[in-house]
Design a protein around this ligand. Sequence first.
Ligand code: NAD
Ligand code: MG
Length: 396
Amino acid sequence: MQNMVILGATGSIGASTLSVISANPLAYSIYGLVANASVDKMLALCVAHKPKVAHMVDEEAAKQLRAVLPAALNIQVTTGINDLLGLVTAAEVDTVMAAIVGAAGLVPTLEAVKAGKRVLLANKEALVMSGELFIEATKRSGAVLLPVDSEHNAIFQCLPLEVQANLGRCDLAASGISHILLTGSGGPFLRSDLATLAAMTPAQACKHPNWSMGPKISVDSATMMNKGLEFIEARWLFNTQAEQLKVVIHPQSVIHSMVQYRDGSVIAQMGNPDMRTPIAHCMAYPQRIHSGVEPLDFFKVGQLSFYEPDFERFPCLALAMEACAQGQEATTVLNAANEVAVEAFLQGQIGFTQIAKVNEACLVTVPKRPMGCIEDILALDAQTRVYARETLASIA
Ligand code: NAD
Ligand code: MG
């Protein structure tokens, strides 16, 4: 029996994780659920799943939850960073699903890593911000890190055991691997007339053709910043050189990524686009459990197609690859800028194509200094957000 904490329990990955747990009640139990502020959703999850602890990051939300939660459930409601860190490091906890969206996920995820937990990593922004430090902490504590992001999970499944066992420090060439092929659908605007992009609305950007996800990652998929963040995530997880990593547009999202070997073999992982598959894989690894996902029907799929990415259409992808080449300061700046820009777009403050403009302005302008610890990373993140908000004000 694995005892789990779910960070980001009220989100899209949280829901898929809870669904896989419900399908395997004898193998998993829920120790803690963590969310930001949505009291109604957390209340419903508490009633359905009966965790020992429900943690709300927002203090007011914690008060409201305490007031409405039936006492008979005997669930402890906590708030505040100390309780959050205490929850992910608690001795009773074996596994932490890291599925808070954005930079807010970094500190609790890293704490779970330091405590040597089995960490199922959906929160890609944590690695984008703190890659080297994160991998180092994993090695030091002996934490088992398993990638939930569908592409990284696919790559993981296509890699030899010696690489799987040595994430972050592996030597791909020594294992006969020539390239990692990171696939991406191209999102909702893959075929839209370029002239129409500036006027695209949040509702249009969030309407992904294949995946159902939270709003931030949906917008990131429309700009392909998501693939850029994943490029950086792959760089850290698989210890890649830039030339070992290629982005391939694959609109059907049936192949979730591939590994190309020296002898000409290419191994791909396939399945329906449903996050319950990579989540179930991480939860049970190295075993296999039921996820509730329909088997892939190749006769329904019919065709698979592949294209090179178009950097004119997707400038955010180019920016992320450039930041990845520059190093961790640049990727931290880009991530923070992008969070501010995407939020502003979702709030109707800026247009779709202005997201890339804000990101580029921050990447060029924010002074980057060497970062030796988590505090340095958080300070650069905060400084970038200030600059990004000034940039918003000047273009809005
Ligand atoms: P979502 O918006 O649906 O849910 C976000 C969750 O994070 C919610 O539970 C929310 O309460 C919580 N949260 C938000 N701000 C917080 C804060 N400041 N402190 C603590 N909790 C906070 O997002 P999602 O789509 O589930 O994505 C979650 C993470 O997983 C993201 O990093 C995303 O990139 C990654 N991911 C998602 C998918 C997907 O299919 N949804 C796929 C791959 C990776
Ligand atoms: Mg992904």
